[in-house]
Design a protein around this ligand. Structure first.
Ligand code: SIN
Length: 322
């Protein structure tokens, strides 16, 4: 488990110690979201650099609640990127044609077109997945800054994978405990490149950069140590040592369990909202919006710090979705 500089506080109140140094502009209030995970934070201005003590308060709330929403911010690309970078090392997406011109760590998600050309990635994963689960060092946190909100829809769905793991029958927990899922960039449930629920389509050059790796299905969270179902929807295409048809049937069964409405929360955006989610304990899915109803977000994705021991190459895998 990675070390966590901050102690944990399961409560929703301000967990700061009395001796911590805070600016008068930092007075966070935490309101848990109704889903059983997630928290909304007010009283924070992310346009100025936070002190170590101030950031520690937000970081702790983030790992306690898995999803953090700070509404009504007004940020430049560099201010957003500086805040995002406090959660870990930024890793630009393999899709490099929509990086922000002022900061390549920012991926522009947008359905807007200018002069007939898209200014961003129109659909950022309209199926349940977790970010960078196709890499040996996956994403710790994904941060979004909402620039433009559509008139209709545009929510992001989240599904709590701690709760999904906890709710499994004990026999299933025992079955999956030793299992390693085989991951590759893509969406197991839809591999038709013309569909909007396929994983964002890569160029041949980008495809050539993508490895095949494994992660535990019952994966201990690298910070909290708590077990979560990991990426059973999305990039998981097989299971080490299991025939493909059996593996896909088991992954599909786990994905159906993990994405039940009882584990979900649908997050609605306002302009200026900053959202941070924990990829090790949540699945998420963008929702389909009308192509003429503009939606624009900036995204920075931060990686975990070290390759987990269970992430090993799976050189013999030659499954579908490559
Ligand atoms: C994402 O999957 O990173 C984007 C989520 C969204 O566009 O709602």
């Amino acid at each position: 488990m990675e070390s966590d500089a901050t102690s944990r506080d399961p409560g929703g109140s301000n967990p700061a110690g009395v001796s911590a140094q805070f600016s008068p502009r930092f007075s966070p209030q935490f309101i848990p979201l109704p889903a059983g995970f997630g928290v909304e934070v007010s009283g924070v201005d992310l346009s100025r650099p936070l002190s170590e003590d101030e950031f520690a308060v937000l970081r702790r709330a983030f790992f306690d609640h898995q999803l953090m929403v700070v509404r009504h911010q007004s940020l430049t690309p560099l201010q957003f990127s500086a805040f995002a970078g406090r959660f870990g090392p930024p890793e630009p997406h393999v899709i490099d044609q929509f990086h922000h011109p002022l900061d390549p760590d920012i991926l522009i998600l947008s359905n807007r077109r200018e002069d007939g050309k898209p200014i961003g990635l129109a659909d950022g994963g309209t199926y349940f997945h977790t970010d960078y689960s196709y890499l040996d060092v996956p994403a710790r946190a994904t941060t979004l800054y909402s620039v433009e909100v559509p008139c209709v829809g545009g929510d992001t769905l989240f599904a709590d994978q701690y709760a999904a793991y906890d709710a499994l029958p004990e026999a299933t927990k025992r079955l999956i405990e030793p299992l390693l899922a085989i991951h590759h960039y893509g969406n197991r449930q839809d591999q038709n490149e013309k569909s909007r629920t396929v994983a964002s389509v890569l160029t041949d050059e980008q495809k050539a950069k993508m490895p095949v790796i494994t992660h535990r299905i019952a994966r201990p969270h690298p910070i909290t140590g708590r077990k979560a179902l990991y990426a059973v929807s999305g990039s998981s295409f097989g299971i080490v040592g299991m025939p493909d048809d059996e593996a896909v049937a088991l992954l599909d069964e786990l994905a159906a369990h993990a994405t039940q409405p009882r584990f979900q929360y649908s997050l609605r955006y306002g302009v200026g909202d900053v959202v941070v989610w924990d990829n090790a304990s949540l699945l998420h899915a963008a929702t389909l919006t009308h192509p003429d109803d503009p939606r624009t977000l900036w995204r920075v994705t931060l990686k975990e710090r070290a390759a987990p021991a269970a992430a090993v190459l799976a050189p013999s895998f030659a499954g579908a979705g490559m």
